[in-house]
Design a protein. Structure first.
Length: 317
């Protein structure tokens, strides 16, 4: 059984081990794979593990030996799942590994918006405090979270975990989701989307990327928001119409945008968000604490072992 991992570097830059995969077959690991290399590197392998390397109809046709595709992530839009299903190839993802890490990161971003810790620490190193006439100074308005309303668009595992943290800060929590659960209702008040937009001081995106959610944060929806709203995005970049958001940041309609994702990744040098004011973007690292990646690795191996035992798990097609 030949196993090929096409782009293993982000999951394991050297601090983890692929040893458990090696117990299941003849393993080849590549740090990165360019599109023109994909078919050649898969070759006659039966098991293909990918993170962001695209597996489409062309690759499936060129590599007829494929029996299983594992995705080292929750999102699986890099795989043509319908084409795989036609060939009887299960596609399995990792749905639960990063819940706590991503929820924690939501508040890393939000607290930076509230206090601008990085900026102010930088001014101290530059000598401004040493020469200050006063015992303190601040360059941005500082915000206390208690009593503010935090709205969650998408309220699955990560959204609910983040709501627990928000409540610990003394925030009111509201949520919009296509379906409503009993546990969700214990953590937030479910509202229609338009109402959530109008009442929230902070909005955090947690919904998947579907045709109906693409660009859902746009000029029209932003117009419904409170002036100065803080928008957090740790979900998917294309949920946001970035040109409209940049305009809203410049006008002050959006007080701050903090995101760990972009519509195109890596973010293009000409993205309007790179020059927009009050915009904080990090390079898609919310998922990446070692503890989280260890869970991901374990589940990926369990997914493959389950397939080899004839009982695929976490199958998305």
């Amino acid at each position: 059984m030949k196993i090929v991992i096409l782009d293993g570097h982000t999951e394991n830059p050297g601090d983890l081990s692929w040893a458990d995969f090696e117990t299941l077959g003849e393993l080849s690991v590549y740090d990165r794979t360019r599109p023109e290399q994909t078919a050649e590197r898969i070759g006659d392998a039966e098991i293909v593990i990918t993170n962001k390397t695209v597996i489409d109809e062309r690759i499936l046709t060129a590599c007829p030996s494929i029996r299983y595709i594992g995705v080292l992530a929750t999102g699986y839009n890099v795989v043509d799942t319908a084409a795989a299903a036609k060939r009887g190839i299960p596609v399995c993802n990792i749905p639960t590994y990063g819940t706590d890490a991503v929820a924690q990161y939501v508040f890393a971003l939000l607290l930076e918006c509230c206090h601008h810790v990085g900026h102010h620490a930088g001014t101290v190193r530059q000598g401004r405090w040493c020469s200050s006439l006063d015992f303190c100074y601040w360059d941005y308005p500082l915000m206390e979270l208690k009593g503010k309303t935090m709205g969650f668009i998408g309220f699955g595992r990560i959204g609910q975990r983040a709501a627990e943290i928000a409540r610990a800060f003394g925030m009111r929590t509201v949520a919009y989701n296509r379906s409503q659960s009993e546990r969700g209702a214990q953590l937030a008040e479910y509202l229609p989307l338009e109402e959530l937009l109008t009442v929230s001081d902070v909005i955090s995106l947690h919904c998947p990327l579907f045709p109906e959610t693409k660009g859902m944060i746009n000029r029209k929806s932003l117009a419904l928001c409170r002036d100065g709203v803080i928008l957090i995005n740790t979900a998917r970049g294309p949920l946001v119409q970035e040109e409209d958001l940049a305009e809203a940041l410049e006008s002050g309609k959006v007080g701050f945008y903090a995101a760990d994702v972009a519509s195109v990744e890596p973010i293009p040098a000409d993205s309007p968000l790179l020059t927009a004011k009050n915009c904080l973007i990090t390079p898609h690292i919310a998922w990446a604490p070692r503890e989280s990646r260890e869970r991901l690795m374990k589940i990926a191996v369990e997914n493959l072992r389950a397939f080899l035992n004839g009982k695929p798990q976490n199958q998305v097609n």
